[in-house]
Write a protein of this length. Structure first.
Length: 365
């Protein structure tokens, strides 16, 4: 089939994420089946439900979409490959638990006909590309000095309702995958590669520890080559509100929070300008409330020039369209599992307590 044709997609796992993806895929014109054991679950009209992966006629499936809980990803993928050894698969992020990376790598190597992609709506985002294009206009020829990324949400209510708690990595297991994807889309490949394997030095990583979330908030101030990198995330709102000795970075103030304390911000800075993207802010800003799928860009120069603009981009729907087309055409690259290694590295460093002194300059190696 060609990239423009409708595909037959089988969504494995019909929870919150699986339900969302089913709605988006049907909206894109694809034929969708779901696999869900719970007999009380009723998919929408026109969507066929199967009890197990083994019940699905695999020869009619173009793409499998794995939306089971993370701890079941590897097992689910193995079951899909048992019935369809040359499957085309989209895995929800993260691809697997970090303790399973070696097993995942071995499973991929054992199935050379497999084509697999990890769901990522930010790596190729049009709004992030608009940010970099605007910075080139405002500060032509100036190198990027700093990249800041802050993805936050208060997940305490979700957890009380039974949602997943990542007790392996705490806060790093939630939004950090997306944050790394954004960072990778902004940095030159060599700088990103170096950053991903470089352990944080003392003072570069500060965390808040929590009985429920293990690590409930973290800020990393590190280096990617000559570029200063700041990454911040919390799953409990502003940690300082609960008395923690860590607060949301000052540059995030003034940007409205959406429902549940959700905030996704990206800022890139040169010597004379910086551009900030608010990804789907929804909340009221200086230009009023924005609907879903609209992203706000604010550009400022040292001379006081301020420009605001908006980009409409259906991030998840566009990512699903792109990944399904790539898989059906055989163009999907091998999945990049380095984000899992990075998250394991950061959580391990945090839990060892290695974050004390100030960092005064870029590393020399």
């Amino acid at each position: 089939m060609n990239g423009e044709a409708a595909a037959h997609v089988c969504v494995v796992g019909y929870g919150t994420v699986g339900t969302l993806h089913t709605r988006l895929l049907t909206g894109l014109g694809h034929r969708v089946d779901v696999v869900e054991r719970d007999p009380a679950v009723t998919p929408p009209a026109g969507v066929r439900r199967w009890r197990t992966v083994e019940d699905v006629p695999a020869d009619g499936v173009d793409v499998w979409l794995v939306c089971t809980p993370t701890e079941d990803h590897l097992r689910t993928l193995a079951r899909v490959l048992a019935v369809d050894p040359a499957a085309r698969v989209v895995l929800e992020k993260p691809a697997c638990r970090t303790s399973e990376i070696d097993r995942m790598t071995a499973l991929l190597a054992a199935h050379p006909g497999l084509r697999i992609a990890v769901m990522d709506q930010y790596r190729h985002s049009a709004v992030i590309k608009r940010l970099t294009a605007l910075l080139r206009v405002l500060a032509p020829g100036e190198p990027v000095r700093r990249i800041r990324v802050a993805f936050s949400k208060d997940r305490r209510l979700d957890v009380r309702r039974g949602r997943f708690v990542d007790r392996d990595h705490g806060v790093f297991g939630y939004e950090w995958h997306h944050m790394l994807a954004v960072l990778g889309s902004l940095l030159p490949p060599a700088h990103y590669d170096a950053y991903m394997i470089r352990p944080p030095a003392p003072g570069e990583l500060r965390c808040v520890f929590d009985d429920q979330f293990v690590i409930s908030a973290a800020v990393e101030e590190s280096w990617a080559g000559p570029v200063r990198v700041e990454m911040f995330s919390t799953v409990v709102g502003d940690p300082a509100a609960d008395g923690a000795d860590l607060r949301a970075p000052a540059w995030t103030a003034g940007h409205p929070l959406a429902h549940g304390g959700r905030q996704r911000l990206v800022r890139v800075e040169t010597d004379s300008a910086h551009v900030t993207v608010e990804l789907e802010p929804v909340g009221r800003g200086a230009d009023g409330p924005l609907p879903r799928n609209v992203h706000r860009i604010t550009a400022r120069t040292a001379a006081g020039r301020v420009e605001r603009s908006h980009v409409t981009e259906f991030l998840m729907s566009d990512a699903l369209r792109r990944l399904v087309e790539q898989l059906c055409s055989g163009r999907a690259d091998a999945p990049d599992l380095r984000s899992l290694h990075r998250i394991a590295l950061l959580s391990s460093c945090a839990l060892r307590g290695g974050q004390l002194s100030e960092v005064v300059g870029p590393p020399t190696a």
